[in-house]
Ligand binder design. Structure first.
Ligand SMILES: Cc1cc2nc3c(=O)[nH]c(=O)nc-3n(C[C@H](O)[C@H](O)[C@H](O)COP(=O)(O)OP(=O)(O)OC[C@H]3O[C@@H](n4cnc5c(N)ncnc54)[C@H](O)[C@@H]3O)c2cc1C
Length: 218
């Protein structure tokens, strides 16, 4: 007899788990307290408009490929790369900043606003990228049984990253950029992943709020 599994919640995590377990031969039941499935990835529809309640673009789209490949299911949707990825509007500025993956094109957006932009950004992203790669397997993708387990694992992170581990992202940005615009835009966590890997693709738009300034991406 097939074993039964009850999954509580129907967010992305639950749905992915359901697919994987079902592939392994389990019978799955899912219970959800909200009136529709999806969890934080959900849609609000009103007066003919629809609003993303959570994610607007997929930053690590290769994770979907891994999920569907491992379940032997063809990708049920197409992923379209966005270029520019999004735009950021500031209340006191008529023209939005267009956020391109290409650093030279992006640097043109910051002309007259941030000196030596490309050099500063390359340094910032280079160091973030190294930290991500050095911690991806040993920290980011791991589960921890308790705080001690987490702290012990942190001791395996190369010492060169330790100053960063005790600084906030905003402090890091203040050490890198002079303009408020650059600091606010790059405080959006997505920026790290946008430039992290060529594998990444994006599918829609984003709204971010950071520091004292509201930045709205379209
Ligand atoms: C504003 C916002 C923007 C985001 N933007 C992005 C983005 O652009 N790109 C991206 O990749 N990620 C984005 N994320 C992150 C992404 O939405 C989440 O990481 C992901 O949806 C979480 O999925 P989950 O399954 O872990 O949890 P959830 O989506 O929270 O699912 C949990 C589910 O469990 C249900 N539940 C909880 N308790 C019970 C119970 N007792 N009984 C029954 N059901 C229960 C909840 O109703 C919910 O449906 C964003 C998140 C937010 C909030």
């Amino acid at each position: 007899m097939r074993k039964k599994v009850l999954i509580i919640g129907s967010g992305l995590g639950s749905l992915a788990t359901a697919l994987r377990l079902s592939k392994l031969g389990f019978d799955i039941d899912i219970v959800e307290k909200f009136h529709q499935a999806g969890g934080r990835l959900n849609l609000l529809e009103k007066d003919g408009f629809s609003f993303d309640m959570g994610p607007s673009f997929f930053s690590m789209s290769y994770e979907f490929k891994e999920l569907f490949d491992s379940c032997n299911i063809p990708m049920p949707f197409e992923i379209e790369e966005l270029n520019p990825v999004y735009s950021v509007n500031f209340p006191n500025r008529k023209k939005p900043f267009l956020i391109y993956k290409d650093i030279d094109k992006l640097a043109a957006e910051f002309e007259g606003i941030e000196t030596n932009f490309a050099e500063k950004l390359n340094k910032y992203i280079g160091s973030a990228k190294k930290m991500f790669h050095d911690t991806e397997d040993i920290v980011i993708r791991r589960n921890f049984k308790n705080r001690l387990d987490y702290l012990l694992q942190l001791t395996k992170v190369p010492l060169s990253h330790s100053p960063k581990m005790f600084r906030s992202m905003w402090t890091e940005l203040e050490r890198t950029f002079d303009s408020q615009e650059a600091k606010v835009i790059f405080s959006c966590a997505f920026f790290w992943v946008i430039l992290r890997s060529k594998r990444l693709q994006f599918t829609a738009c984003s709204i971010t709020q950071s520091s004292n300034t509201t930045a709205i991406g379209m």
